[in-house]
Design a protein around this ligand. Sequence first.
Ligand code: URA
Length: 264
Amino acid sequence: MTTHSTRHSIQSTLAASLTAYLEDLQESGVDGIPPELLTAAVADNSLQRTAPAEQGLENIMNEQNDAPEKHETLEQIRKSLGECQRCKLGATRKNLVFGVGNPEARLVFVGEGPGADEDRQGEPFVGDAGKMLNRIIAAMELNREDVYICNVVKCRPPQNRPPESDEVGSCSPFLLRQLRSVRPEAIVALGSSAAQALLQTKVPISKLRGKFHDFHGIPLMPTYHPSYLLRTGGNSDSFWSVWDDMTQVLQLLNLPVPDKSRKK
Ligand code: URA
């Protein structure tokens, strides 16, 4: 049964996504929807059949196949975010944290959202969790500059709480545009917020990790968040689970798998 609060949260997510989408249309010069189109859409009920958020996201990821000449650069996407106030996180952030790394990366890491250090510096994963992510990337014998790193939400949630559904709804169209722009060969979703937002599921990260999922034709590997590894330790079961997941990613990318064995 759908509770009142669940319904309310779905409605806010849809409203936030729709607002972000309409603002984007406006920024790209569309200043209105022809009334006859609106009447036709309402008449055939299509706006009610597919959730606008999902419809928008589907379109965002599929657009590139339809119109490859319309490739959007990361700079264009950053520009269209502007001084974003699409959700309440905009009011409390110091810096919007867009993303960093190779715009043509074969591998993208997606985290949850900026913490205090990232908010101060405007770059994702530069605090303690970032140091742990750097260790993982180095263990894969890759450089931070080889990959692309971003988050589900671009502004710091207060007290580092997980982003709320309306915030994810406002920000995820931009994440999807980033992923469409980079078009990596694999995505690693760091932690439950990222994995659940990208895969549109509530399944816990412990059940999602360890195998590839399909994200619009791109293999997506969910794994534990680096902050979780900071809590469990650098030689914990979770740490080695992450290494197993990264081994699968390296194999998928046809990259050498460094020989690592667990310290006794
Ligand atoms: N945690 C995240 O999920 N992202 C960051 O950028 C930093 C910490």
